[in-house]
Design a protein. Structure first.
Length: 439
């Protein structure tokens, strides 16, 4: 009895070694049609496993497949397969998006040649200014600031009007380099633009008027910021008397910022100028959350941001991306402000070597500004701008300056005086030029 039993056990073990382990595991003593197709070393794939489950050939198989353990194994298997498929699809989609982005940048007309003997790297257009039946006065922002800056510089002989570079307006294809179709389509709603521009009556206007009187000036300034990067690369510096819409990111606008001109300028610089290391120095009184969100996973960009932490936008998620965040309190004085800036610039010298500096030079830091709530003097703004341009010069990095925020009528005067000071200190070169100022 014992001898026959031992022989039977050996035969069963031999039989089990040829049976698909995902099947009945030999419990029935025979193999199904599907089992017979299986051989050791050959694995079954997901679809075959489903076939096994759908068409069991024996009672034992039904019991095995209906067990919770096997159900969970299958569920995990197919979940893993689905995730892998989604990841692969996302990767292909991302590559496709990058190709489209590159094609749009290369096809753009926003970069054009500017003869250095005819034009200075100062970018401006009368189209920058926003004016429509006085509605623009309902926002504290001086919507004619850009024109007034240019006028001060021209009237005082610092800059010749004929030497100013006029940019092209950014097209939809240009904007799609960064922005989503959904976001750009949302701007066809006057109510959406109202939320961004923070001027309630805009919601009552037909959208074609909003496009013409509000968004077109913004798009022109975007073209100016993008072109400024090219000019800075060629000349060492450039000033866009406009731009600096640092609250706007790829899929959302806000804070009087409808388009992400800083992000766009950097993306163009990556592709057209072969620049790989960019430093953003954001000295507007408000936190620059737009570009911080856009470059959340891009370590080619290094961000220094001094901002009033008590005011809009209080974007704690975006703050994580700022490499050197300096959260100021309301009523920070000129002395404190400049000391902190000096400290941060010295710190950055040993950490990051930029190939381009994007300087967001908001003047809402001025004492008396209703939104900035800091106490920096006009002379302090001049010193601040001088420090940044000197930093860029020491780093041998081209720099572009954007005028960004500033909500008082005096802002235009302060900006013009600061540009005059930069020319006097020979930190920028204007042939028409300001008289040299002794240090």
């Amino acid at each position: 009895m014992g001898g026959n039993g031992s022989k039977t056990l050996r035969n069963r073990r031999s039989h089990l070694s040829k049976i698909n382990p995902f099947c009945c595991i030999g419990r029935c003593g025979k193999r199904s049609a599907i089992c017979r197709q299986w051989r050791p070393g050959v694995s079954l794939h997901g679809r075959e496993l489903l076939d096994l489950k759908a068409r069991p050939k024996c009672t034992a198989m039904v019991q095995i497949w209906s067990s919770p353990t096997v159900e969970n194994i299958l569920r995990l298997f197919f979940l893993s397969e689905n995730r892998r498929a989604v990841t692969m699809a996302s990767s292909v989609s991302l590559e496709g998006d990058q190709v489209k982005q590159k094609q749009r940048i290369e096809a753009s007309k926003l970069y054009f040649d500017v003869p250095p003997d005819e034009k200075d790297p100062v970018v401006y257009s009368s189209s920058y200014n926003i004016s429509f039946l006085g509605i623009e006065k309902l926002h504290p922002f001086d919507a004619s600031k850009w024109g007034r800056i240019q006028k001060f510089l021209a009237d005082e002989g610092v800059l010749k009007r004929k030497r100013i570079v006029e940019p092209l307006e950014a097209t939809r294809d240009d904007l799609l380099v960064v922005h989503t179709e959904k976001y750009l389509d949302s701007l066809k709603s006057s109510s959406v633009v109202t939320e961004i521009a923070e001027v309630p009556p805009i919601a009552l206007l037909p959208n074609f008027l909003v496009q013409w009187k509000v968004l077109q000036p913004f798009r022109k300034q975007v073209g100016g910021t993008i072109l400024s990067a090219k000019l800075a690369k060629e000349r060492g510096w450039a000033i866009n008397i406009g731009g600096g819409f640092h609250h706007c990111c790829a899929n959302e606008g806000g804070g009087f910022c409808a388009y992400a001109d800083i992000t766009l300028a950097i993306q163009f610089a990556y592709t057209r100028l072969a620049i790989t290391r960019v430093m953003i120095i954001d000295l507007d009184a408000h936190q620059g959350n737009g570009h911080a969100r856009d470059f959340m996973n891009d370590d080619r960009v290094y961000i220094i941001d001094l901002y009033n932490t008590d005011i809009y936008p209080r974007d704690f998620e975006a703050k994580k991306r700022i490499n050197q965040p300096v959260a100021l309190k309301s009523f920070t004085t000129t002395e404190k402000y400049l000391a902190l800036l000096s400290q941060e610039l010295k710190k950055a010298e040993n950490i990051f070597k930029p190939e381009l500096v994007v300087y967001n030079a908001g003047t809402d830091v001025l004492e008396g500004d209703p939104l900035g709530r800091l106490l920096v003097s006009p002379e302090g703004v001049k010193q601040r701008d001088e420090m940044v341009f000197q930093f860029a010069k020491d780093q041998n990095a081209p720099v572009i300056m954007l005028t960004s925020g500033g909500y008082m009528k005096t802002s235009a005067r302060v900006i013009a005086d600061s540009i005059t000071n930069l020319a006097a200190k020979r930190l920028i070169s204007l042939p028409s030029g300001a008289p040299e100022v002794k240090s």
